[in-house]
Design a protein around this ligand. Structure first.
Ligand code: HEC
Ligand SMILES: [Cu+2]
Length: 342
C-alpha cells in the first residue's frame, strides 16, 4: 500500500519533471524569452535589497517585479533621468528596464526609509555587444590635487549678506577671468575676493561692494532652473542630515557630535571622527565655512563622500549636471544672493 503510493508519486513526479524541463529550460535559456526578476526592498537593517546584483544583456528587456517587505521605498537608476517608482509594502510593481550599452549601472532607493537609507544600493551588470558606457574624466578635485579632508579656511567674509543684484553694477569693471568657468571651479569665494581686492581697477570699491561682486560672479555660473533642480535634489537626498536650511541639524544627525575639520573653533581634528558612527555636519549657512570651499572641493566631497563620517558618496547616483546644480545650491545657504530669492 505504502509502496504503491510511493511508486505512484514517483510516476507523477517524473511526469511533472518531464513537463517542467522543456518549459523551465526554455524559460531559463532561451534568448527570446525575457527575464522576470523578483526584487524585494527592505531597510538595510532588515537586509537591504533581496538581490545586490542584477544581470542582463544589451538590448534585452529585464522585467522586474518589485515589492517592499517593510516600509515605503523607491526604485531608481543612478545617473539617469529615468522616472522613479515608489515601492509599497505588500504590493508588486512591474517595471521593465532595457540598456543599450554594456557596463555597470547602479540602482538605489530614493525614498527616505531610515538613517541607513542611502546604503540601499545595488548593481546592474549589463553584458553584450556595443560601446561601453563612457567612463568619467577624473574629478576636478583630483586633477587639482585638492585634499578634501583638510580644513578650508576663509580669508575674509562679508560683513553683511552679499547680494548679486547689487554686485551687477560692477560687472563692467571686472577682469576677464571673473567670468571664466575654470577659475570659478577652482577658486573659493573667499580666495576670489582676495584676488579681486588686488585689482587696481577695483580699488575704489568697498569690501562689501566686492563681496556683492563675488555673489554676482557665482550667480553667472548657474541659472534659476538649475538652482531649483539643486534645491529639489537637496530636499530629497541631503536635508535629512544637513537640515532644510543647511545648518547641519537634520533629523538624522541632530543629536550627534559635531564634525569640525579644524576650520574654526576647532576641538575635533581632521580624521579624529572616524569609524561607523555618524557625525553632525558643519553649518553650510556659516560663511566662515562654506565661502572657503571651491566648487571643485564641494563637488569632490559629494562625489567621494566622507569616508567614515556618515557623508554618503553620490558619484554613481547623480549626473554631472545634477552634482553641479547641488554645488550651486549649497552656496545659496551662505549668502542669500541666489536667483531663487529674487
Ligand atoms: C547620512 C547623512 C548625510 C547625508 C544624507 C548627506 N550628508 Fe553631506 N555630510 C554629512 C556629514 C556628517 C558631513 C561632515 C563630514 C564630512 O565632511 O565628511 C557632510 C559633509 C558634506 C560636505 C562637505 C563640506 C565641506 O566643507 O567639506 C558636502 C559638500 C556635503 N556634505 C554635501 C552633501 C550633499 C549635496 C548631500 C545630498 C546629495 C549630502 N551631503 C547628504 C552627512 C550627510
Ligand atoms: Cu529605502
Amino acid at each position: 500500500m505504502n509502496k504503491e503510493i510511493v511508486a505512484r508519486s514517483i510516476v507523477v513526479l517524473l511526469i511533472i519533471i518531464a513537463i517542467a524541463i522543456p518549459f523551465g529550460g526554455r524559460w531559463l535559456f532561451s534568448n527570446n524569452q525575457a527575464n522576470v526578476i523578483e526584487l524585494h526592498a527592505r531597510m538595510p537593517e532588515n537586509g537591504g535589497w533581496s538581490l545586490e546584483t542584477l544581470y542582463g544583456q544589451v538590448g534585452q528587456p529585464i522585467h522586474l517585479r518589485i515589492t517592499s517587505d517593510d516600509v515605503v521605498h523607491g526604485f531608481a537608476i543612478g545617473r539617469s533621468e529615468l522616472p522613479t517608482t515608489d515601492i509599497l509594502p505588500g504590493e508588486f510593481i512591474e517595471t521593465t528596464l532595457s540598456f543599450d550599452r554594456p557596463g555597470r549601472y547602479t540602482f538605489y532607493c530614493n525614498r527616505w526609509c531610515g538613517p541607513n537609507h542611502w546604503r540601499m544600493r545595488g548593481t546592474i551588470e549589463i553584458s553584450g555587444e556595443g560601446e561601453p558606457i563612457p567612463t568619467d574624466p577624473q574629478p576636478l578635485f583630483l586633477q587639482l590635487g585638492i585634499d578634501l579632508d583638510s580644513p578650508h579656511n576663509t580669508e575674509t567674509i562679508p560683513t553683511e549678506t552679499a547680494s548679486a543684484e547689487r554686485g551687477a553694477r560692477f560687472a563692467s569693471l571686472l577682469p576677464a577671468y571673473a567670468v571664466d568657468r575654470d577659475t570659478y571651479l577652482s577658486t573659493s569665494p573667499s580666495r576670489f575676493w582676495s584676488r579681486l581686492r588686488e585689482e587696481p581697477a577695483l580699488s575704489h570699491l568697498s569690501d562689501q561692494n566686492l563681496w556683492d561682486t563675488i555673489a554676482w560672479i557665482w550667480q553667472q555660473q548657474t541659472s534659476p532652473e538649475n538652482l531649483a533642480a539643486g534645491q529639489n535634489l537637496y530636499a530629497a537626498n541631503c536635508a535629512a542630515c544637513h537640515g532644510e536650511t543647511g545648518k547641519g541639524d537634520g533629523v538624522i544627525v541632530r543629536d550627534l557630535p559635531l564634525w569640525d575639520p579644524g576650520n574654526h573653533n576647532s576641538e575635533t581634528k581632521p580624521h579624529q571622527v572616524t569609524g561607523e558612527g555618524f557625525v553632525r555636519p558643519s553649518d553650510f549657512s556659516d560663511p566662515n565655512y562654506l565661502l572657503g570651499a571651491s566648487p571643485a572641493l564641494i563637488e569632490g566631497k559629494i562625489i567621494r563622500g566622507g569616508m567614515g563620517t556618515g557623508m554618503p558618496y553620490w558619484g554613481p547616483i547623480f549626473t554631472t549636471q545634477q552634482i553641479e546644480n547641488l554645488v550651486s545650491y549649497l552656496y545659496s545657504f551662505a549668502w542669500n544672493s541666489s536667483p531663487l530669492d529674487q
